[in-house]
Ligand binder design. Structure first.
Ligand SMILES: Cc1cc2nc3c(=O)[nH]c(=O)nc-3n(C[C@H](O)[C@H](O)[C@H](O)COP(=O)(O)OP(=O)(O)OC[C@H]3O[C@@H](n4cnc5c(N)ncnc54)[C@H](O)[C@@H]3O)c2cc1C
Length: 403
């Protein structure tokens, strides 16, 4: 093995080993059509914008403009049914879409949580009136949505939530607190889990409300993260009068709505490998560009070994994802693969961040790896913690007893 280019060598080597997941011809036709659309619509000013830019009003306006372009062309939510602005796309088309968006470094919609998690619950349980009123505005990014599930004492054990809603005439009165609500400070609407029957068994006394965030009595307090960004919030509900028609699904059946929402969140892991494989490539470049003494860091034997490890983990993540997608196409629902993929992904993101630190030393505390190094810590908590995912794998893959 020459020492000239670690990235090239690893790509050649793994390319020889990798399983080629071939897409059907229609999916490749869709790729060609969407790639051509991106080439003609994705202006330079949209490229690379993302979640971390949303605190800047100018970036928010630019992302909203991009969101509307996507929506008007039928690309903002391709898995939604056509009657609500989607394309009724299957999983493989969604995968192709995600690959092309990542390849072009195109920003997603303003409503990543709304489009992927909340809308499927509205489609499954909402009235026609709720769908017609709420979905088109979510699709175009006219309204931003947040997911108000977690509370200070209800995270992994979500069914212990205590934010209450009691009926009073033509409305519910909501009292309580949510926390870690991503996009809460920007949100126009919230998918809110509340307790409507305190006497019922835990899972049977919960309801889901679609709450207009401009109602009196709602206070949003931003939480500034360790990266300095404004990403999520605490939300306080002090006697908020929410109309009865805000109920999604049946009263006290909110747990089923929550499970549907979270199942769609987990299905999103199928494209996690796209960003992470790009990061590995970026890290390899960083290793080539950084001097360790008289040579490049990429020449150091220990760093080369670590780079090979993260590279292979990223390829493994892609295979896990392909396996999950292929299983679903053949009628097997998303199962524990999503927990395995989440575990591999969050560990890998943290390994990449650590390795950037080893390669760059103190310089990795700022610049392009600075945010990465701090933010990666959150990934073993968000969307289901590492320990909880390990419990799922232990029970459903290894067949071990409940703890
Ligand atoms: C970046 C980010 C974005 C988020 N966005 C949202 C959002 O938009 N909306 C929302 O509602 N929430 C959101 N959350 C909250 C997230 O869902 C919770 O943080 C998560 O469910 C864990 O809950 P918790 O923080 O209360 O920790 P806890 O559940 O209290 O867990 C504390 C520790 O105990 C461990 N633990 C808990 N139960 C078990 C068990 N049974 N076995 C072994 N170990 C266990 C956990 O793994 C963890 O290490 C977000 C979190 C992050 C980090």
């Amino acid at each position: 093995m020459t020492r000239a280019n670690v990235g090239e060598h690893m790509a050649r080597w793994a390319g020889g080993l990798s399983v080629d997941f071939r897409y059907p011809i229609e999916a490749e036709e869709f790729r060609g059509e969407f790639r051509a659309w991106l080439e003609s619509h994705l202006e330079e000013r949209f490229v690379g914008l993302g979640f971390e830019d949303l605190h800047d009003p100018a970036a928010l306006a630019t992302m909203r403009e991009w969101n509307r372009l996507l929506a008007d062309a039928g690309y903002a939510a391709i898995h939604w049914p056509e009657e609500y602005g989607g394309r009724g796309a299957g999983l493989i088309e969604q995968q192709v879409f995600a690959e092309e968006m990542s390849r072009a470094d195109a920003p997603g919609t303003l409503n990543p949580i709304g489009i992927s998690n909340i809308a499927p619950a509205i489609l499954a349980f909402g009235s026609e009136g709720q769908k017609r009123k709420l979905l088109p505005r979510m699709l175009r990014g006219d309204d931003i949505w947040c997911q108000g599930f977690s509370e200070p004492d209800a995270g992994s054990d979500l069914a212990s939530l205590i934010t209450s809603a009691s009926r009073d005439g033509d409305h519910y009165v909501v009292r309580g607190q949510k926390v870690w609500t991503t996009l809460g400070h920007l949100a126009d609407w919230c998918e809110l889990l509340v307790r409507t029957d305190p006497d019922a068994p835990r899972h049977e006394g919960i309801s889901c409300l679609l709450v207009d965030m401009s109602l009196p009595g709602i206070e949003v307090r931003p939480l500034v993260t360790a990266t300095g960004s404004l990403e999520f919030d605490e939300i306080f509900f002090d006697g908020v009068e929410v109309p009865l028609d805000a109920l999604l699904g049946e009263e006290n059946s909110g747990w089923t709505v929550a499970v549907t929402t979270l199942a769609n969140e987990r299905a999103g892991v199928a494209s996690l490998h796209l960003q992470v494989r790009k990061k590995v490539q970026k890290l390899i470049e960083t290793a080539h560009q950084t001097r360790l003494g008289s040579t490049a860091a990429a020449e150091d034997a220990s760093i080369r070994r670590r780079l090979a490890e993260v590279y292979l983990q990223a390829e493994y993540l892609k295979l896990l994802s392909d396996r999950a997608v292929s299983g679903q196409v053949h009628g097997r629902p998303f199962g524990p693969e999503s927990s395995i993929a989440k575990l591999v992904w969050s560990d890998l993101e943290q390994d990449i961040a650590r390795l950037a630190g080893e390669i760059q030393g103190l310089a990795a505390n700022s610049g392009e790896w600075g945010r990465e190094r701090v933010y990666a810590r959150a990934l073993s908590i968000a969307g289901g913690t590492t320990q909880v995912n390990k419990n799922i794998v232990a029970r459903h893959v290894l067949g071990l007893p409940r703890e």
